[in-house]
Design a protein around this ligand. Structure first.
Ligand SMILES: Cc1cc2nc3c(=O)[nH]c(=O)nc-3n(C[C@H](O)[C@H](O)[C@H](O)COP(=O)(O)OP(=O)(O)OC[C@H]3O[C@@H](n4cnc5c(N)ncnc54)[C@H](O)[C@@H]3O)c2cc1C
Length: 407
């Protein structure tokens, strides 16, 4: 029987898997099915350069020629509606059935929706796919005041862009600090100062009760008895893993599709990768679902090894970046379970490194405008000796000098 790997999802993970399978010598058929209308494209620019500049289009990951040359059958603008694991067959929304020998789910996530009065009004946006960004960018041109619900990565990146475009911007954060789930309090405070200095109004601990509307269009945000007029709203309150298809097929899911260290689900002929999966992290032992380009790409590479008979445990160092206005935030490692942090920052400098420790074990480094520490952190956490808390706390500590000494 001819091997046929069918990939569901044409995002970062799906595209990388096509590349890695062929690079690893996979000779079977490959089909990529994606609900997206066009070729797989880079998501991160959607909340960055894309919003700022009307002339910026989608950044395609690989051209049509790549898929043609590598004999990858693209089924774009098609949604998989059913997986029949016993028959090794999937069904698409147009009724087409495709047989597989191995199936890989890279279905990503969907935006978590607000369900409060007025939430269906026009002018209320989410930012997940290129079409969302196009619509938002078009309407932005006419808007003066913009409200952003959620002080997480995407909401804040977009809010900083709106401020840069001269809009009056209000950010509503339910928690007590910005980026609270992801970075240390010192970095939250840094970005609070930066964004406020740029003119952003940031409200903490607020719960939005409804949106005011006028002729079916959003006119304001109502919270705690206050109404803030808004021509446009962006909701960025997190995402939910797209695992309904997997659940329907009887695969084990738990706020994500559960996979082992080789990207295999509870059915060895079905793998899953990227934002939609939950797995026990080699570094912390916790079940994690990571939302990052690095994780999607590296899990795709790992799945390709599994599919070509070269199984290796997934042990990549997680890393992530976010552009907040002119500042670059980078995170390497996972700070889950850490009990101590050491902040390295020269007075008044816009360059920060925060080292997270669990006992004497370095777990993660958050950096702002310090790509050198970030890159070194990636090398160290991949297996070199890492500095002890006492070393990092020494006056004049340099991660670069430390790195030279352990290479
Ligand atoms: C605006 C924005 C900014 C971001 N910025 C950053 C950043 O700065 N740094 C960073 O590391 N990460 C960033 N991310 C996150 C990053 O884009 C994701 O982690 C990455 O895209 C995950 O890849 P994936 O393949 O798992 O999922 P996705 O790229 O989301 O792809 C999922 C694919 O599955 C398809 N699909 C789902 N269900 C079906 C179905 N039933 N049938 C067919 N197709 C289906 C979808 O259409 C889509 O093509 C950002 C994300 C967004 C939205």
């Amino acid at each position: 029987m001819v091997e046929h790997c069918v990939i569901i999802g044409g995002g970062h993970g799906g595209a990388q898997l096509c590349m890695s399978l062929r690079q690893n010598g996979y000779e079977g058929e490959i089909t990529l099915v994606s609900s997206d209308d066009g070729l797989p494209y880079h998501r991160p620019p959607l909340s960055k350069a894309f919003l700022k500049t009307p002339s910026v289009g989608r950044q395609i990951i690989k051209s049509q020629a790549f898929y043609d040359d590598n004999k990858i059958d693209l089924k774009l603008g098609k949604t998989v509606t059913d997986i029949d694991r016993a028959a090794h067959r999937i069904e698409l929304n147009d009724g087409q059935k495709i047989d597989y020998t191995k199936l890989v789910l890279s279905t990503g996530t969907k935006a978590r929706k607000l369900s409060i009065p007025g939430a269906e009004a026009s002018g209320i946006h989410y930012l997940k796919i290129a079409e969302d960004a196009e619509l938002l960018r078009d309407e932005l041109a006419e808007a003066n005041s913009v409200s952003v619900i959620g002080g997480g990565f995407i909401g804040l990146e977009a809010a900083a862009t709106f401020v840069g475009l001269g809009k009056k911007v209000t950010v509503f954060e339910a928690g007590a600090r910005l980026l609270g789930r992801a970075v240390s309090p010192e970095i939250s405070e840094y970005f609070l100062q930066k964004h406020q200095n740029a003119g952003m109004d940031i409200k903490f601990g607020v719960s939005i009760t409804s949106f005011s509307t006028s002729d079916g269009r959003v006119a304001g945000v109502n919270c705690d008895g206050e109404k803030i007029s808004s021509d446009l709203v962006l909701v960025g309150i997190g995402v939910v893993a797209n695992c309904a298809l997997a659940e329907q097929a009887g695969l084990v899911c738990n706020n994500g599709i559960v996979v082992d260290a080789h990207m295999q689900t509870s059915d060895k002929d079905v793998l899953a990768i990227g934002d939609c999966v939950i797995f026990e992290h080699w570094q912390t032992g916790n079940l994690v679902r990571l939302e990052s380009v690095q994780n999607a790409n590296d899990q795709a590479r790992n799945a390709a090894l599994t599919l070509t008979g070269n199984q290796q445990r997934y042990q990549e160092v997680p890393w992530f970046w976010s552009d907040q206005g002119n500042d670059k935030l980078q995170i390497v490692g996972l700070s889950i379970g850490s009990d101590q942090r050491i902040v390295c920052r020269q007075d008044g400098e816009d360059k920060i490194s925060v080292f997270h420790y669990k006992g004497s074990k370095l777990m993660a480094i958050d950096t702002v405008n310090n790509p050198s520490d970030h890159m070194i952190g990636r090398r160290l956490l991949a297996g070199l000796r890492t500095p002890l808390p006492t070393e990092v706390a020494t006056v004049g500590f340099s991660l670069r000098e430390f790195f030279k000494s352990v290479q």
